[in-house]
Design a protein around this ligand. Sequence first.
Ligand code: ACO
Ligand code: ZN
Length: 255
Amino acid sequence: LDDRDHVTKIRNIDLLLFGQYLIKPWYYSPYPDDAPTPRRVLYVCPFCLKYIWTARSITWHRSHCKKKKPPGRAVYIKHKRKIYEVDGKVDKLYCQNLCLLTKLFLDHKTVYFDMEQFMFYILTESGTDKKEGEHIVGYFSKEKQSFESYNLACILILPPYQRQGYGRMLIEFSYELSKREGKIGSPERPLSDLGWLGYRSYWQSVLIDIFRNNVGARPSIRDISLLTSIHEDDIVDTLESMDMLRYWQDENTIW
Ligand code: ACO
Ligand code: ZN
């Protein structure tokens, strides 16, 4: 551990003004630093994700930014919610800004700048008034080709929208993508504490649904994995956490 490294990682932004929300960042993020000190309020445009430090530029941007939704194409639409698929190679700056924003709420990820290798799935919600546009609620990134069979690299729901089921919706979507690809997937490690809570809750509910719909049947862990695209290790961990697993002659048996 390098001490100097540690010092530079102290939270560097006091407040984030994100559209209408004033949010206290949780962690350090390497935003290029020409910020007026000592109070650092960072403005991020909720549509193009451009970051701005000064009040005058913020006012100018707010009245001039024409963007009302993320780049890319909508791949999922349900009522007021949409998921946009954005290619890191095509919309590099947008994706870089998204990663800088993410770092404010995620400690253990290093911000990567090789956007080309990732797809980004942006969850938006539109307001009651069409003029308000489709603002970003959260997203996840995914390697275009993962050799470790990860189906999600990084997930974030912005703090004002957390604990309302959006994270679960994106996790579910990431497994739907894996099912379409005919692959088994798992989130990239390490997971944050909140990441574990979100995934545990998702895996548990998927398993409970399967048992409820197959009373009397004894599907193997492999069967469940093929059906759900959830990695066998994650199924075993989850069953163990639910105290539903016994070991029998080197084979996992579900009780
Ligand atoms: N406390 C306790 N349980 C929680 C909490 C919490 N603060 N947050 C989520 N959970 C659990 C609950 O079981 C919840 O179900 P419930 O509300 O029915 O009890 C379940 O997770 C799903 O909750 P959602 O509302 O769908 O989750 P949310 O929209 O808040 O998103 C996420 C979860 C994405 C992890 C969010 O907390 C977040 O963005 N955190 C900051 C960034 C982060 O840590 N990302 C994960 C990094 S790991 C990786 O990227 C691979
Ligand atoms: Zn903008």
